[in-house]
Design a protein around this ligand. Structure first.
Ligand code: FPP
Length: 215
């Protein structure tokens, strides 16, 4: 969800306002995905490197996370969207971790699209944690996949990066092996359902060979 800070700065507003708007757009896009039949949506909300940001910005993002968790606990069943958090959540204060556990419990009862929120997530950090979990077991691709935060979740078909940068920035490094990538200059707070549908159309026209040849 890149570009929140620039969106706010362009309007002379504090960066935190951009994140607030970004969280609203996440809700809109999650609903759009559900309506379009998407089974899994994964957003990058906070990277392991985002901790280097000024304290007031990090605490604004944490505040939004709390608000989002509380709203989701209330609305998840009604909206038919299951919420799952990926990343190293050990850094979160205990009351947040309790809310995440509650969210996980509700998600088990909800049928519908799964929205994954990567929080304090880094692809490299996830791989290191997976290798630790693997212990001495035989390191096959399947065994390692089963130790990732995304265990049981299919690899992404499409990754859309808004905000103009053309890189993955430590997002789903293992899982993105054969993902189609779309980059757009649109800042996340301006991202719309129409742009999402346009990205799906571009994706549909791509030929996916997974290293093989067309037959
Ligand atoms: C990237 O934009 C965005 C973030 C680092 C934070 C995103 C967080 C939220 C939208 C709030 C939390 C949301 C949920 C659903 C829990 P940037 O700040 O890097 O923007 P810039 O590149 O313009 O500076």
């Amino acid at each position: 969800m890149d570009g929140n800070g620039r969106w706010a700065e362009k309007r002379g507003l504090p960066r935190a306002v951009g994140h607030t708007r970004g969280a609203e757009v996440f809700r809109k896009i999650a609903t759009a995905c559900k309506d379009l039949g998407v089974e899994y949506l994964t957003v990058y909300a906070f990277s392991t490197e985002n901790n280097r940001r000024p304290e007031d910005e990090v605490s604004a993002i944490l505040g939004l996370l709390r608000k989002y968790l509380l709203e989701s606990i209330e609305k998840m069943e009604r909206d038919g969207i299951r919420l799952k958090f990926l990343g190293n959540l050990d850094i979160l204060p205990p009351d947040y971790r309790k809310l995440v556990r509650e969210t996980d419990e509700i998600s088990k009862r909800v049928c519908g699209m799964q929205a994954n929120v990567c929080f304090n997530y880094g692809g490299r950090d996830e791989l290191v944690r997976a290798v630790k979990r693997l212990g001495g077991a035989e390191p096959t691709e399947q065994a390692l996949s089963d130790c990732l935060d995304t265990a049981g979740i299919p690899d992404p078909d499409l990754i859309i990066r808004p905000g103009g940068e053309k890189r993955l920035s430590n997002f789903l490094l293992w899982q993105a092996a054969y993902a189609e990538l779309i980059f757009t200059d649109t800042l996340w707070p301006d991202f719309t359902k129409e742009e999402l549908v346009a990205a799906f159309e571009v994706f549909s026209a791509r030929k996916r060979r997974y290293g093989g040849v067309d037959r």
